[in-house]
Design a protein around this ligand. Structure first.
Ligand code: FES
Length: 144
C-alpha cells in the first residue's frame, strides 16, 4: 500500500517536473535548461589562486573560484544564489574556460556566453553580464 502511494507521488512529481520544463522551454533554450538542471562545477575551491564575488543590481550574487597553474586554468568552480539563468551562465562559463589560457579567457565576452547558451531572453541578459564581470574580477584578483 505504502509502495503504491510512493509510486503515485513519484508520478506526480515527474508530471509536475515535465510541466515546469515545458513552461521553461517557452522562455529558455534547451542548453540553458540543461545547464541549470545539471550545473557543471557548482561549488567552491579551497585555497583558490583567484576568486571574485559580485552582487548584481538584481541582488543576486555570483562567485567564481580559479586554480591557476602557470598560464592555464587547472580547476574552476562557480557558486551563485541567483536565478536559473545565472546558474546556467555560471555552469557554461566554467565549461568555456576549461583548458584555456588566461589570455584566451580575458577575451571571452558576455556575447560569447549568451551564444554558448543559444541565447538568453533580454530580461536575463544581465545574468550573463554578472557572470562575465565576476570572471574578469577573479582574473584580476590573482597574484601576478
Ligand atoms: Fe539576478 Fe539572474 S536575475 S542574476
Amino acid at each position: 500500500m505504502a509502495r503504491d502511494k510512493d509510486s503515485e507521488l513519484d508520478q506526480f512529481v515527474a508530471q509536475l517536473q515535465n510541466e515546469i520544463d515545458d513552461e521553461a522551454r517557452k522562455i529558455f533554450s534547451e542548453k540553458v535548461i540543461e545547464e541549470y538542471k545539471h550545473p557543471y562545477h557548482f561549488g567552491t575551491i579551497e585555497n583558490p589562486s583567484a576568486m571574485a564575488k559580485i552582487k548584481g543590481w538584481c541582488g543576486d550574487t555570483m562567485q567564481i573560484f580559479l586554480k591557476i597553474n602557470g598560464d592555464r586554468i587547472d580547476n574552476a568552480t562557480f557558486f551563485t544564489d541567483g536565478c536559473g539563468a545565472t546558474v546556467a551562465c555560471g555552469s557554461m562559463v566554467i565549461k568555456l574556460i576549461q583548458n584555456k589560457s588566461i589570455e584566451e579567457i580575458e577575451k571571452i565576452t558576455k556575447e560569447d556566453l549568451k551564444n554558448a547558451l543559444d541565447g538568453l531572453p533580454p530580461e536575463n541578459a544581465h545574468c550573463a553580464e554578472l557572470t562575465i564581470n565576476t570572471l574578469k574580477a577573479a582574473l584580476e584578483s590573482r597574484s601576478k
